[in-house]
Design a protein around this ligand. Structure first.
Ligand SMILES: [Zn+2]
Length: 454
C-alpha cells in the first residue's frame, strides 16, 4: 500500500495537477486510475484479531466482526450474488451464526445482499431512525436520474472503455440489485447506542454525511472504526453528478472529525482498502475532515465576497498540505463540483448577479454568438479550430451554440462534441467525469439522444 501511495503522489506531482483540476496527460490519467484499482482488489483483509473486511466483492465493502457465539455483519453489498461470495469467503474465518446485521446507511450498494449472510437465523438488523431518507426522494425526476446514474458509473461502457468507478471496480454483478434486502428491525436512536452483541462491545454513532441517515460503528476494545461512506480513499463525493439532493457538507466534515477524535487503530471505509495503524488511520480522518471543511469555508467566504459559482469552482483548492494525500485525490469526488453543490445548497440556483436573472434563451444567444463570430461559417471554423488545438472544453461550448442554429451543420457539431468528449475522457482521472464523457459520447454516436438531448 505504501508503494501505491508513493506512486500516486509521484504521478500527481509529476503531472503538476492543480487541485480541483482532474485533467492530465492521457498516459498519466490511465496510470493513476489503474493504480487506484489496488484500492478494491478482491480479497478479505484482517483488520483486527476478530474483524475481517471483504473488499472488491462488489462496489462497497462488507465486514464481519467475530464474537463469542456469533458474528456481526456490517453492510451487505448490492445483491445476494456478490454477498454470497463474500459470506463464503468469511466462512473460512468463522462459521458461527450471524447475530446482527448493521447498515451504515441506506445506499443500495450497502443493503441489497443481507439475505445471503443469513441462514435459518433471524438476526437483529440495525439502521438509524432516518434509515431510507437518502432514497425515495425526487421520484419525479427518476427517468433522468437513471440515465445520469448509468453514465456516472459507466454501466453501458465496454470493458475496454471503463477502468473503474473511482472508489469501486467496474463490471460488478448488478442484476440482483436489492434482492437480498432485509428491513431494519432495530432502530438506532438519534443519541446513538452502546451495547454488546455476541460478546462484542459495540458503539453506534449517528454521523450524517454522504447521507442524512448515516452512522459509523466503533469497536472500543479493538479500536476499529467502520466509517461507512463518510470516508474512503478519494476526495469525497460531496455531490454526485448522477443528480442528488444537497449533501450537508458541514455535517459530513463534523462526522469525520468525530471519527478522528476516537483515534482508531484501523479505519474501515465504506469503499476502498482499510487504513491500518493508529497514526495513519487518525491522520487520514483528521485530514479528510479538514479538507471538507476547507472547501466549505472557502466557498462560503467567496459567496460572501460576492463571487458566483463559476468563478469559485475555479478558485477553490485543497490546502497545499492536503492536496497530495492519497486519500484526497479526486478519483471520485471533485472539488469544483463540491463548490457548486455548496453554492446551490446554501443559496439555490441564483448567483446574485442581475445579469443572470433572465439570461437569453439558448437559441437567441447562439444566433448572437454566430453574428459576433462573423457568421455561422466562422463559428463553425472556430469550433473546428478549438478541437484541432486541443481546446476541448471550448470546442464543446461552441458545438452547443451551433446545434441551436437552423442553418448550422448540426451533424458536424455532433461529431465535434463526440470527439471532444472522448479527448476529455482520455485525460480524466476523475472516474465519474470520465465515465460520463464516454457514455454520453457513445449515446450521441449511436443516435440514442434526441436533438433536445444533444
Ligand atoms: Zn457506497
Amino acid at each position: 500500500m505504501k508503494n501505491l501511495i508513493a506512486t500516486l503522489c509521484l504521478l500527481v506531482t509529476a503531472a503538476g495537477v492543480a487541485s480541483g483540476q482532474t485533467q492530465v496527460e492521457p498516459d498519466t490519467a490511465l496510470r493513476m486510475l489503474n493504480a487506484q484499482q489496488q484500492q478494491f482488489e478482491k480479497g478479505v483483509v484482517k483488520v483486527a484479531d476478530n474483524v475481517y473486511t471483504a473488499v472488491g466483492f462488489h462496489g462497497a465493502n462488507t465486514s464481519m466482526i467475530v464474537g463469542t457465539d456469533g458474528v456481526i455483519i456490517v453492510d451487505t453489498l448490492f445483491g445476494p450474488t456478490s454477498a454470497a461470495k463474500a459470506a463464503e469467503a468469511f466462512r473460512q474465518y468463522s462459521d458461527q451464526p450471524v447475530k446482527a446485521i448493521i447498515y451504515t446507511h441506506s445506499h443500495g450498494d450497502h443493503i441489497g445482499g443481507a439475505s445471503a449472510f443469513v441462514g435459518d437465523e433471524k438476526p437483529d438488523i440495525y439502521g438509524t431512525e432516518t434509515f431510507g431518507s437518502a432514497e425515495g426522494v425526487n421520484k419525479a425526476v427518476d427517468p433522468v436520474k437513471q440515465k445520469r446514474n448509468i453514465r456516472q458509473f459507466g454501466r453501458n461502457l465496454s470493458s475496454s472503455e471503463i477502468i473503474n468507478r473511482g472508489v469501486a471496480p467496474a463490471g460488478t454483478d448488478d442484476g440482483d440489485r436489492g434482492k437480498g434486502f432485509l428491513p431494519p428491525t432495530v432502530t438506532v436512536p438519534s443519541s446513538g447506542l452502546k451495547t454488546t452483541i455476541a460478546g462484542v462491545e459495540i458503539e453506534f454513532h449517528i454521523g450524517p454525511g454522504e447521507t442524512d441517515d448515516a452512522m459509523f460503528i466503533w469497536l472500543p476494545k479493538e479500536k476499529v472504526l467502520l466509517a461507512g461512506d463518510n470516508f474512503y480513499s478519494s476526495f469525497p463525493n460531496l455531490y454526485a453528478i448522477r443528480g442528488t439532493a444537497y449533501r450537508d457538507v458541514l455535517n459530513w466534515s463534523e462526522s469525520v472529525g468525530k471519527m478522528a477524535a476516537l483515534k482508531p487503530h484501523v479505519v474501515v471505509p465504506g469503499h476502498t482498502m482499510p487504513i491500518q495503524g493508529q497514526e495513519a488511520a487518525t491522520t487520514a480522518l483528521t485530514d479528510y475532515s479538514e479538507a471538507i471543511r476547507s472547501v466549505y469555508d472557502q466557498t462560503v467566504r467567496g459567496i460572501n465576497a460576492g463571487k458566483g459559482p463559476d468563478q469559485l469552482a475555479h478558485e477553490v483548492k485543497l490546502p497545499e498540505h492536503l492536496k497530495d494525500k492519497p486519500y484526497l485525490i479526486e478519483f471520485y469526488g471533485s472539488v469544483p463540483h463540491a463548490v457548486r453543490a455548496i453554492y446551490a445548497g446554501l443559496l439555490g440556483w441564483y448567483d446574485g448577479n442581475p445579469t443572470t436573472l433572465n439570461p437569453l434563451e439558448p437559441k437567441v444567444k447562439a444566433q448572437k454568438i454566430a453574428k459576433l463570430a462573423g457568421g455561422i461559417n466562422k463559428l463553425t471554423e472556430q469550433m473546428n479550430a478549438a478541437l484541432a488545438n486541443q481546446d476541448y472544453q471550448w470546442a464543446l461550448e461552441l458545438s452547443e451554440h451551433l446545434k441551436w442554429l437552423d442553418d448550422g451543420d448540426r451533424k458536424l457539431a455532433r461529431t465535434v462534441k463526440i470527439e471532444a468528449l472522448r479527448e476529455l475522457a482520455a485525460r480524466e482521472y476523475n472516474a465519474p467525469n470520465r465515465n460520463y464523457y464516454l457514455s454520453y459520447a457513445n449515446e450521441l454516436e449511436s443516435g440514442q439522444l434526441s436533438e433536445l438531448w444533444f
